[in-house]
Design a protein around this ligand. Sequence first.
Ligand code: AKG
Ligand code: FE2
Length: 326
Amino acid sequence: MKLDSLPPVFRDKNTSEESIVLDKEIEEDDDVVIPVIDLENPNPEKIGGACKDWGMFRLVNHGVPLNILTQLQDHSRDLFSLSFERKQSLFTTPLSYFWGTPALTPSGTALTGVPRNMNWVEGLNIPLGLLAEFGAADNAKLHSFRVLIEEYGGHLAKLASTVFEVMAKNLNLNPQHSKSYLSESTGFVRVYRYPQCSMARESWGMDVHTDSSVISILFQDQVGGLELLKDDKWLKVKPIPHTLILNLGDMMQAISNDEYKSVKHRVKLNKWDERLSICYFVFPAEGGVIQSSKYKPFTYSDFQAQVQQDIKALGYKVGLDKFRVG
Ligand SMILES: O=C(O)CCC(=O)C(=O)O
Ligand SMILES: [Fe+2]
């Protein structure tokens, strides 16, 4: 890892490779087996059960070509290895480059508020609906990244709607409403690098949170660190090559009237390796009102505005509780 590629605030906690190796401990293994959904032959009952009991499951036979996954990883690593200053100047609107927090304003800059612990992460935010504005013709690296992201985004949008259709049927959603509950044009991709950190026990890659999305789909490398909360226990989500992890966000919990869970999750750091993950998020259509008996009618924009206000004022997201009836 090149030290000058890190945001300056992350540099002092990254000691040399040698001292890190001496420090190596064996961590106990408490991996769990989260439900596996085979998309070649999706079983609606199994999907329903996984949504209710876990809020997170693994996708296999998902149809995203392996070469796209590996190329995207390679390209992302290459971009993150650029110097911090270069990344700041290269990733301009509609892309954005952020670090220290995953909470962004709608335009993609890091949201600052009441100071909280720094999240040990840097990332690129890529709104798929604005890819046409992302010219990048004068930069070969960015251009091929854009082409890949476009292809990846197309696959993930299809994947998300396939799974959403099964959920909508399972929940007997009104087809008129459910059309606006998932809108491809709202999708964005986040690419994260979690630098190795010598104080991995004291810092977080990403603090405990739920996603605000309808559906999030994650592609992680082999380093591991993602954990989910189930029955008050933190469980590791083991990296398995070529599989994707789908989790439900707050919008899906509201749409399902709390039948499905927006799962709490977090990312632990690693002392020895940096970690790369690529996440896709998709939301309801602009102006689409979420109707359910447990929540006041609200749009995703209402929700997002409330989240931004809470992060600024309190330092954290309150989330769905702000919209609950009674
Ligand atoms: O990097 C990961 O594994 C998880 C990222 C995440 O939870 C998020 O972006 O909401
Ligand atoms: Fe998340």
